[in-house]
Ligand binder design. Structure first.
Ligand code: KIV
Ligand code: NA
Length: 265
């Protein structure tokens, strides 16, 4: 199998082929996601919400990200794997950022890292890139800044914030990032940014004008029933599938229907 590389992602943008990206946090799911043909797997710090049950992504530690990433990496034979640098491991200290990124590359075997922010994290992005580690940017509704925003509603609706987002995107490209996630911004802004950039953009809640799309795996599979923002398309109802399977198992055990003779030694 030919592995996906940053070079190939760049070529996909050039020929207009959209990039498909999903999150994964563990070996079993990552195997399914990779073999189903995904281009990019994100070991997102959304693991904080999805796997650990936290309200925000802020509690995630570097060690926890390394644990998730190393599990995912073992399952992947084709996809390019991006791993989030968690909150507090890269902002405001470029040496710390480099140390964190190196640990993710070395201990988990990741292919690249992702960091939230633009001009504010310029030095960190630069230093990590200088070590030969591919960096993906992330702009718009960056969840690690949720207490600054105060709300999960759409970002960059006003001209000033839209202009800053465009400048940040151009800066990240100039520094050498191989791509940028655009989260929850108006579709026309995402399209404008995507057209101005030569590197690929990957949108979530950013409309159809980006160079690719990303969703949180558990959300698109319908495992998580409560979370239903407008940008989320559900491709399965695994909550129902799994609930029925489990309640049938409980019934069969109680009724002494499981195990039967052919299921016994
Ligand atoms: O952690 C995550 O899942 C993300 C995506 C939503 C882009 O950063
Ligand atoms: Na994230």
């Amino acid at each position: 199998i030919k592995k996906v590389t940053t070079h190939q992602l760049q070529e996909m943008k050039l020929r207009g082929e959209k990039i498909a990206m999903l999150t994964a946090y563990d070996y079993s799911m990552a195997r399914i996601v990779d073999s189903a043909g995904i281009d990019v797997i994100l070991v997102g710090d959304s693991a904080s919400n999805v796997m650990a049950g936290n309200e925000t992504t802020l509690p995630m530690s570097l060690e926890q990200m390394i644990y998730h990433a190393s599990s995912v990496i073992k399952a992947v034979s084709r996809a390019f794997v991006v791993v989030d640098l968690p909150f507090g491991t890269y902002q405001g200290n470029s040496k710390r950022a480099l140390q964190s990124a190196i640990r993710i590359m070395k201990e988990a075997g990741a292919h690249s890292v992702k960091m939230e922010g633009g001009a504010e994290i310029k030095d960190s992005v630069e230093r990590v890139l200088s070590a030969g580690i591919p960096v993906m940017g992330h702009l718009g509704l960056t969840p690690q800044s949720i207490f600054k925003f105060g709300t999960y509603s759409v970002r960059a609706k006003e001209e000033a914030e839209a202009q800053k987002l465009l400048e940040d995107a151009l800066l990240l490209q100039k520094l050498g990032c191989f791509g940028i996630v655009l989260e929850k911004i108006p579709a026309n802004l995402a399209e404008k940014v995507s057209k101005q950039l030569t590197i690929p953009t990957i949108g979530i809640g950013a409309g159809a004008g980006t160079d690719g799309q990303v969703l949180v795996l558990h959300d698109m599979l319908g495992i998580n029933q409560e979370f239903k923002p407008r940008f989320l398309r559900r491709y399965a109802d695994l909550h129902t599938v799994m609930s029925e399977a489990i309640s049938n198992y409980v019934k069969d055990v109680k009724a002494q229907d499981f195990p039967n003779e052919s299921e016994s030694y």
